[in-house]
Design a protein around this ligand. Structure first.
Ligand code: FES
Ligand SMILES: [Fe+2]
Length: 391
């Protein structure tokens, strides 16, 4: 983030703090509870959002060296991401061209070539098929035609994007749009991968994203945890095409710089803020003093009320190890025991008939944006205002 933008964000937070206000969307919107149930809606989302849309699957540091690889099935099709000899990032369907076995088991490591576990056909990390076992007996097949099926993939500003369906190359300009410089500025490549976990929960995947979409709830739901560190109901809100950014203020950090009378331009931006990015369609990317958290939310294959959150943590290299050591586990406990526990009750209550709509307040602007960009991508009309619904 550029210095002028950092300053603008800090001053916005300070002014709102002084005035007891926060970001204001200007209206209350209504999300029909059908957003979170229904097989038809689920099928549409899976096709449009999780097959035809480029997805943010990792940071550049997930493939730290030449010949690093990362195999993941999180999207629903097996994907193999590699960094080849030249350092180029590539992605493939992790499916053997002989009889369709998954070639590389899920996980990460370093390898130039991969051997299929079924009959040991062997592929280079550029996707080329380099050996067919006992080819003389197998038959005359053209290896040039039988490489791993390549997926559109792009590494931009330290972020790894893959479209899970073969097709045209990705355009790096449009993936991040106006967020490009800001992402570059965070220096994600220097944040090494530390650990990861999958949280499976009985909530629709959009409810999982919603729990990260405001801090109106901090002083209530997180009164004994996150609210110790973050000022509740105080946020900025900025939209970058389909993505958004919210910034929250650290309680201790803001208290310190304000009580010491430090001029805003000298405030240590990263050390006193929590930056929450929503990256269309399914990612929450958090940047704070302790590091970077990359949370990818995915629907279950056939249950709209179930989802998985794949969470990876990359500590800030400039922070002492003892500060980052227990953070990942502690943070996931908060997500599961507080946010997702409430979200499970919400998902359960959708079928009760008590509500036709969830209400997104003026002070929850990111929820407005997020639900409307998802609806836009699915060719659904934008959310109605509270007035329109009740007129
Ligand atoms: S399925 Fe891969 S070698 Fe046979
Ligand atoms: Fe929360």
């Amino acid at each position: 983030m550029r210095k002028e933008e950092r300053l603008r964000v800090l001053e916005t937070l300070k002014n709102n703090l002084d005035a007891g206000t926060t970001a204001d969307a200007g209206q209350v919107l209504c999300a029909p509870v059908e957003e979170f149930v229904g097989l038809e809606r689920l099928a549409l989302e899976q096709e449009v959002l999780f097959k035809q849309t480029p997805l943010l699957l990792g940071l550049s540091s997930d493939l730290p060296d030449v010949h690093s690889y990362l195999a993941t099935n999180e999207v629903g099709v097996p994907i193999l991401m590699t960094r080849d000899e030249s350092g180029a990032f590539r992605a493939f369907l992790n499916v053997c061209q002989h009889r369709g076995a998954q070639v590389v088991p899920e996980g990460r490591g370093v390898a130039r070539r991969f051997s299929c576990p079924f009959h040991a056909w062997t592929y280079h990390n550029t996707g080329d098929l380099i050996a067919v076992t006992r080819q003389g007996q197998f038959g005359d097949v053209d290896c040039d035609e039988l490489g791993l099926r390549e997926l559109p993939a792009c590494e931009v500003a330290g972020l790894l994007w893959v479209k899970p369906t073969p097709g045209d190359p990705l355009d790096p300009e449009t993936l991040l749009g106006p967020l490009h410089d800001e992402m570059e500025h965070w220096g994600f490549r220097a944040h090494d991968f530390r650990e990861e976990q999958v949280l499976i929960s009985d909530i629709n995947w959009k409810l999982a994203v919603d729990t990260f979409g405001e801090n109106y709830h901090f002083n209530v739901l997180h009164q004994n945890t996150l609210a110790n560190d973050i000022i509740g109901n105080l946020q900025t809100h900025d939209v970058f095409d389909q993505h958004y950014r919210m910034v929250f203020a650290s309680k201790g950090g803001f208290n310190h710089v304000i009580s010491e009378g430090i001029p805003t331009q000298d405030w240590p931006y990263r050390m006193i803020t929590l930056n929450v990015y929503y990256m269309f369609p399914n990612v929450i990317l958090l940047v704070d003093p302790a590091g970077v958290d990359l949370l990818r939310m995915y629907p279950d294959d056939d249950r709209p009320g179930r989802s998985k959150t794949h969470h990876r943590y990359y500590p800030n290299p400039e922070i002492a190890a003892e500060i980052t050591e227990s953070r990942f586990q502690g943070f996931n406990e908060i997500i599961v025991n507080e946010d997702y526990a409430v979200a499970v009750s919400i998902q359960r209550n959708i079928g009760s008939g008590a509500q036709r709509y969830h209400l997104f307040g003026r002070n929850e602007p990111a929820l407005h944006h997020y639900h409307n960009v998802i609806r836009g991508a699915l060719n659904l009309p934008p959310l109605l205002t509270f007035e329109a619904v009740n007129s």
